[in-house]
Design a binder for this molecule. Structure first.
Ligand SMILES: [Zn+2]
Ligand SMILES: [Zn+2]
Length: 112
């Protein structure tokens, strides 16, 4: 399967203490991912339950302690409260982009 440049990250910028993460993709787009959004849309079963549309979960710790790559398809974050069960596929991260170009059409219900 050919890699899709839209979901192939070339650079992940996640400085300690920051509140926003940036991911640059092979197609030249830079995604702006506020921690609030990343944590609120944590895709794990604990946060999202089973089935139904994605929903925003408030109140999680928004401090990113650790970022790890999972295989060649996803990132895993460890949050300040040690929550680390969310596996964020690159496709999912791209969907969560909050940059000026993507934000107006952001609709988590379309995320599969
Ligand atoms: Zn979670
Ligand atoms: Zn974007």
């Amino acid at each position: 399967m050919a890699e899709d440049p839209k979901t192939t990250p070339t650079f992940v910028k996640a400085p300690h203490g920051a509140r926003v993460m940036e991911i640059t993709w092979a197609d030249g787009h830079t995604s702006v991912l506020p921690h609030e959004i990343l944590r609120g849309y944590c895709p794990c079963a604990t946060c999202q339950g089973h089935g139904g549309a994605l929903h925003f979960v408030e109140g999680g710790d928004q401090d990113v302690r650790d970022v790890e790559q999972v295989g060649n398809y996803a990132l895993q974050f460890r949050w300040g409260d040690s929550h680390d069960s969310g596996i964020y596929s690159f496709r999912y991260l791209r969907t969560l982009c909050q940059c000026a170009a993507c934000k107006p059409s952001f609709d988590p219900r379309r995320v599969s």
